[in-house]
Design a binder for this molecule. Structure first.
Ligand code: GLN
Length: 210
């Protein structure tokens, strides 16, 4: 299992610490060349989505990451990461990766001084700690996007196929259940890919024997 952590800006070090504590191998994705690693999952950390979006675009990482996500690579996106994934951003001119069918509002919970901590229910996990820092929220969900949590009547966690996106920062609290949920998803996908490869090579070797 190898997890790629987008490390161009923001709180990537905190996610790496969580992965270290969970004994999960990881690689930092800083530039286009790092995308040659075969990863089983991707973490998009919080930070500043405009800066991260600009860097991934100018470095050529954007289209490669978009293709991998659309092909089913499991993603855990937190805060700015959620904005990077969103198809629509109500208060910014254009989307970035645009793989997640939701509309988000940047800084929807207010400015830095309005940052807050709460504990709320999260689908399938019970009560989880949530730290919000200049956080976005989801204004609209499209297609089959599932809502996983709401805070103050705002949607703060969603899941669509292989993509989990959160307004808050689970990496800042000592509760790894959301990361574990993501790693489970990555492990399932890895198993599926491996059995497909095994089936394909079996077919090839049978063909060769004919
Ligand atoms: N407000 C930031 C943005 O728009 C996100 C803040 C965060 O990631 N903590 O990118």
């Amino acid at each position: 299992m190898l997890i790629g952590v987008l490390s161009v800006q923001g709180s990537f070090a905190e996610h790496i610490k969580v992965l270290d504590n969970m004994r999960i191998r990881h690689v930092q994705l800083r530039n286009f060349h790092d995308l040659s690693y075969i990863i089983d999952g991707l973490i998009l950390p919080g930070g500043e989505s405009t800066v991260q979006g600009k860097i991934i675009k100018e470095s050529g990482m954007l289209s490669h990451l978009r293709r991998q996500i659309n092909d089913g690579l499991p993603v855990l996106a937190t805060c700015a990461g959620m904005i990077l994934l969103a198809k629509d951003i109500s208060n910014y001119e254009k989307p970035h990766l645009a793989t997640l069918p939701v509309k988000v509002r940047r800084n929807g919970f207010g400015r830095q001084i309005e940052s807050f901590y709460t504990e709320e229910d999260f689908e399938g996990l019970g009560t989880v700690p949530m730290t919000f820092i200049r956080a976005p929220y989801v204004e609209k969900v499209y297609k089959d996007t599932k809502v996983l949590a709401t805070v103050k009547d705002r949607i703060v966690a969603v899941c669509y196929k292989n993509q989990i996106a959160l307004s808050f920062h689970p990496e800042l609290n000592d509760d790894y259940r959301i990361h574990e949920m993501f790693i489970d998803m990555a492990q399932k996908r890895k198993n599926q890919v491996q059995s497909l490869i095994a089936a394909a090579s079996l077919l090839t070797s049978e063909n060769l024997q004919i």
